[in-house]
Design a protein around this ligand. Sequence first.
Ligand code: R5P
Length: 275
Amino acid sequence: MDWGLKNRISNIIKPNTGRTVMLAVDHGYFQGPTTGLREPRKTIQPLLPYADALMLTRGILRTSIDADADIPVVLRVSGGTSILKELSNEGVTTSMEEAIRLNASAVALSIFVGGEYERRTLLNLSKLVDAGERYGIPVLAVTAVGKDMARDARYLGLACRIAAELGAHIVKTYFCEGFEKVAEGCPVPLVMAGGKKIPEKEALQLTYNAIHSGAVGVDMGRNIFQSEAPVSMIKAVRSIVHENTTVNEAYELFNSLKNEEVQQKVPASKQAASV
Ligand code: R5P
């Protein structure tokens, strides 16, 4: 692997633990102003110190992240569809030249294995890897799962393996029963997507299960920014990923930090009234 490519991957997957906590805030590229992300700057800024990398589009990067922020960027470069139409019909929306201009540490693209436009998205991935290899920019492939697909180890194992075979340097997929089989069959680092918001303890359990079944980390969005205490939640996720804490220890950490964080969000006038 070329030095530049290796160096960029090590910006994302931290060499001291071999793991990563990526914060995914790219949801708006097909679903618009997502709950918890309506004002991206407000949501993202307090979380930045605790994320190892940020996954987002160029629009949110330019408008909501200061250029002097100390955070590796995984730039979402696939899209062109919305929740109103067939989602698998994605193209590449951002050039490699633009990714370099934005100092991206990696680019990210979704593949839709089994989807209506499966072939198109797989060829998009291959071409993106060719361009990435040319400039030393790693490609993260996201295994998007259509409504009709079962999120089981057989399907996710197929999608992850195809992504790796086509040259993806990192693969992002969902957790499932038998995840270790998915990880075994994927010869590149695997990160877990969080999925829909679930109670914090369950999301921490998912994180623990993924890490202990072969994932190198998480690329989590809604289970962090839709939490009532997002900073406490990302700290708890980090403790599992980087410090090997148990689910109970991480949940205790979340609870011990949560009240203070929630309290800080209450306007001063209300705080005074409740005393
Ligand atoms: C979906 O394709 C987007 O890439 C999101 O980044 C991804 O779903 C991860 O976010 P969440 O943890 O909210 O599922």
